[in-house]
Design a protein around this ligand. Sequence first.
Ligand code: PLP
Length: 388
Amino acid sequence: MNAPVIYLDNNATTMVAPEVIEAMLPFLKDRWGNPSSIHRFGGSVRRSIEHARERVAALIGALPEEVIFTSCGSESDNMALKGFFAIHGQQTRIITSTVEHPAVRNTARFLKEKGASLFELEVDGEGMLDADQFDELPIDEHTMVSLMWANNETGVLFPIEEIAEKVKNRGGTMHTDAVQAAGKIAINMKTTPVDMLAISGHKLHAPKGIGVLFLRKGFNIEPLIHGGHQEDGLRAGTENVPYCVGLGVACELAFTGRGEEEGRVRQLRDKLENALLASCGGAKLNGHKEWRLPNTANVSFENIEGEAILLHLDENGIAASSGSACTTGSLEPSHVMRAMGIPYTFAHSSTRFSLSRYTTEPEIDKVIEVMPGIVETLRSISPFVERG
Ligand code: PLP
């Protein structure tokens, strides 16, 4: 099936930018040398990887040698948590939140089974975390705080700079899952004292199958994959050259285009959100209104099933996402909606619209046009609504 006409599911994955594909092709066709080879056919490929590394580093204000290429965001998160646990063993204490992506949540829970202690901090009704509690929490040299920079469902931004400052002052380690944040908001490793940070290529217009772990210079973890000397001995395996190059270009595009994300994309998002809240009865915003990614709107429509909304949107050529996951045949609100304490009648209709720099105003206008009718139709047949 061809791509849907109106794609508003960019927090799930993004279109690969044409410039990225263009840059990757030579490395699939002619320049297929092994970057570890001594000969020039391989050596020139090595230089392209190093150039890509510089471009990734520039996006997050890191040093090139602090950028480790991985296969995805999940691998980067696993590498951070398991790599820390491999050194600290049973003394490991992991502090995370109840709204993390499974890449962190399930890894932390796995490490708990292996003997780590685990604290999952609660968020408030707007999905926000209180930074002040990090003055009181038990934090020492065996503690790793792992918190997402931006939430994938609501776009809510945790105050990572402030929390990292507190964690480091108290001798702990700070990891952040920046998979949704990278490329959408400014991230600067020069001024934010995190030790490790995860990025995923397919969330910022590079292909699926490439990620990065930022590992601060001098900070030590055990590798997840042992073998050759690649990536400074921290991630063995011959590099995925075309994808590394593609990610480099994607990061450069994100770096130069971030103003647009902050400006035009935010305006379109706000236009969509305001219109839905005004024109669809029983609509409510999920997540903090200000502390949010510029591209994400998560809106609930009381007493309607999210899946039904998505199907109707799909029929209109619009791709969005819902906050419910189909578990054992029943539509349960996501762990994020539950953690925020969103009432059931709203939580199971949570609908996420996530925009990108390719989103146009006529596309947003089309969603604004069709949504009230969809909501009205579904509410008229909703089993949750009492009718007189
Ligand atoms: N972390 C967050 C916040 C995400 O949204 C995702 C993907 O949706 C991941 C981690 C996992 O990234 P990947 O799909 O590259 O493994």
